[in-house]
Write a protein that binds this ligand. Structure first.
Ligand SMILES: NC(=O)c1ccc[n+]([C@@H]2O[C@H](COP(=O)([O-])OP(=O)(O)OC[C@H]3O[C@@H](n4cnc5c(N)ncnc54)[C@H](OP(=O)(O)O)[C@@H]3O)[C@@H](O)[C@H]2O)c1
Length: 260
């Protein structure tokens, strides 16, 4: 029975925990890594090409009194993804992984028929095969009350022109979230996904990089501003932390009320 009488520490709710955040060198993953570190976790900052940015984040976390280290892998590649699993296990040593955030992803938008099928294969590799492979490879290393998070997207449930291939990868993530929650629940592991709307990152430049794009996005949303990476990091902090212990198998919409 959880101890409801003693409120969890508000200052360092993740003290003593270890987290892996994929795609933490930029955008949403970077904000999530920063938030988990601020909450006291030791964070493995995964990157692929943006090594300098990852190293800068590690330095920033350490300067703020936290603890982090960088770990590299190209998640489009099966062997590289396997190496990431091995590297993480080696870094963990005798510790367990308390928080796994499968966040790295790519976007590729085109109407049907306009691109060859290799675009879909890349999307499936990075957005679906890799999070499945990472989670599967680390399942024995997860703590018995671990939190597994995925970054999904509202495109899985709402139509956006040209986004069919990307959307199906996020639909797969939502399905994986429910299945893993059911499969890992006996170990006390909570599995949830966050579904952002448009968030101000490099990925979103194509649709919110102009005033017109921004206006279109705001018009779709109940809340009339552009979503920021910290809007998602706060939800991740909640899902990784002690207050979400009774939440599992859910896809949490964090879109400022897009397309309500
Ligand atoms: N921004 C949005 O509007 C939005 C909305 C809904 C959902 N999302 C989802 O949120 C997640 C993060 O997106 P973001 O907007 O933060 O994107 P971003 O700014 O483009 O950052 C993408 C991150 O993923 C990593 N990554 C990309 N390809 C990779 C590969 N082949 N191997 C390993 N890592 C790779 C990048 O690493 P390097 O830079 O080191 O290569 C980077 O850290 C994605 O899953 C995305 O689908 C974003």
């Amino acid at each position: 029975m959880p101890d409801f009488a003693t409120p969890p520490s508000r200052t360092n709710p993740l003290a003593g925990k270890t987290a892996l955040v994929t795609g933490a060198s930029r955008g949403i993953g970077r904000a999530i890594a920063r938030r988990l570190a601020a909450d006291g976790a030791h964070v493995l900052v995964h990157y692929n090409q943006s090594s300098r940015s990852a190293e800068e984040l590690v330095a920033e976390i350490e300067q703020a009194g936290g603890s982090a280290e960088a770990v590299a892998a190209n998640l489009e590649d099966v062997e590289s993804t396997d190496r990431l699993v091995g590297d993480v296990k080696q870094k963990l040593g005798n510790r367990k992984l308390d928080i796994l955030v499968n966040n790295a992803g790519i976007l590729d938008q085109a109407p049907l028929g306009e691109k060859d099928i290799s675009g879909l294969e890349r999307l499936l590799a990075v957005n679906v095969r890799a999070p499945y492979q990472v989670t599967s490879g680390l399942v024995d290393a997860l703590a018995d009350d671990a939190r597994v998070l995925f970054t999904s997207s509202i495109v899985a449930r709402n139509f956006f022109p040209g986004a069919a291939a990307y959307a199906l990868t996020k639909g797969a993530v939502d399905t994986l979230t429910r299945y893993l929650a059911a499969e890992l629940g006996e170990r006390g592991i909570r599995v949830n996904a966050i579904a952002p709307g448009a968030i101000d990152t490099d990925m979103a430049v194509g649709f919110i990089g102009t005033d017109e794009g921004k206006a279109q996005v705001k018009q779709m949303q109940a809340l009339k501003r552009i979503g920021q990476t910290d809007d998602i990091a706060r939800v991740a902090g909640f899902l990784a932390g002690p207050d979400s212990g009774w939440v599992t198998g859910q896809v949490i919409d964090a879109s400022g009320g897009s397309k309500l």
